[in-house]
Design a binder for this molecule. Structure first.
Ligand SMILES: NC(=O)c1ccc[n+]([C@@H]2O[C@H](COP(=O)([O-])OP(=O)(O)OC[C@H]3O[C@@H](n4cnc5c(N)ncnc54)[C@H](OP(=O)(O)O)[C@@H]3O)[C@@H](O)[C@H]2O)c1
Length: 309
């Protein structure tokens, strides 16, 4: 039995509330909580802090609650709940799951490029929380990072946090030299950004589909035919030519247990590199959640809304 201490509202929660989300429910999953009781064999002690990987099989309730029951075999519990050191503040630990997804995405980038990210140039499209965490993880892995976003609000919010160098941020100007990898982390993957990425990526580079896709999303231009949703959700990899330029398009979905370990190690760093609390827009109580979620889909506002049960 887990008592949620702090939660983040994920874009998928807004989408789910607005009935815009396809796939299995993950309602209320960005949580850091405390184990308050266990029965049978459990990999945790009472008092341990944990966060949740919602992509692992586990019988559980939503974490948007005073209590989250979690029932599974020892292996299922070990894979779905990750131990959080007390040295990581709650306001950073609440980012553990989206950060683990970002870390996994960069593993997929490395696979698509066939090597380490250190010394490479990675460009991220989308300055929401997802894109920001991918850019920060790429920076931590030794890559040069650029981030692009159509609207100014998220860019200005991010600039004020000081988490990324100001020269890395921009609207839609293609960076020079061309990036070896481009991650599309917008709320929905639009054809215009995919076209932009195909133009902007270096020959032999990789484009990663990370942001939202719907079953019917297709991209068919200049001899390329991509079914975007299965490519992303099943983490496919395809080699294509855009004009004369060879490149790889791959998908990233969910995460792996080792990504939580790496992300939590970063979050425990004593310096300001991972001061993710600067991404918090505001805090609300559980009773305010229905109003927060009911305004018709993901909000255009920058920053993360936290729920304090
Ligand atoms: N693959 C995975 O494992 C994984 C994990 C976590 C999240 N995600 C997905 O990543 C995406 C981004 O998440 P986030 O939390 O960063 O969300 P977000 O804040 O809603 O997304 C921010 C970005 O999406 C753009 N955007 C907003 N509305 C849009 C629309 N209707 N069509 C296209 N783009 C739009 C924004 O541009 P403006 O600023 O110009 O409005 C901004 O660049 C979500 O779809 C989320 O589900 C994927």
């Amino acid at each position: 039995m887990v008592r949620p201490l702090l939660l983040g509202i994920c874009r998928s929660d807004y989408k789910e509330a607005a009935r815009q989300r396809q796939g299995a429910s993950q309602f209320g999953h960005e949580v850091v909580g405390e184990v308050i009781a266990h029965w049978g064999k459990a990999p945790f002690e009472v008092g341990d802090r944990v966060c949740l990987d919602p992509n692992r099989p586990l019988n559980r309730g939503t974490a948007f609650a005073d209590l989250m029951p979690a029932d599974g075999t020892e292996k299922e519990l070990t894979e779905a709940l990750h131990w959080v050191p007390r040295t990581v503040s709650l306001e950073r630990a609440v980012f553990a799951e989206p950060l683990a997804c970002a870390v996994h995405c960069l593993d997929r980038v490395s696979q698509a490029l066939g090597g380490q990210l250190s010394g490479r140039h990675v460009l991220v499209v989308g300055a929401g929380i997802a894109g920001t965490l991918i850019a920060l993880s790429a920076q931590a892995a030794g890559a040069t990072v650029s981030l692009r976003n159509s609207g100014m609000d998220k860019l200005e919010f991010l600039r004020a946090t000081g988490l990324l160098p100001p020269e890395a941020l921009g609207q839609d100007e293609p960076p020079r030299p061309p990036p070896e990898a481009i991650v599309l982390a917008t709320a929905f993957i639009e054809a215009r950004w995919l076209r932009w990425a195909l133009d902007a990526v270096a020959p032999g580079g990789a484009i990663l589909l990370y942001g939202g896709t719907q079953q019917e999303d297709r991209f068919a231009e200049a001899g390329i035919e991509l079914a975007l949703d299965p490519l992303r959700r099943r983490e496919g990899t395809v080699c294509v030519h855009w004009g004369q330029k060879p490149l790889t398009v791959a998908g990233s979905y969910g995460t792996e247990p080792s990504c939580f370990t790496r992300g939590l190690r970063w979050l425990a760093a004593p310096d300001a590199t991972w001061a993710l609390e600067r991404l918090v827009l505001r805090r609300i109580g559980l009773t305010e959640l229905p109003v927060e979620l009911s305004a018709g889909g993901p909000k255009p506002r920058p920053g993360k809304v936290l729920v304090v049960p």
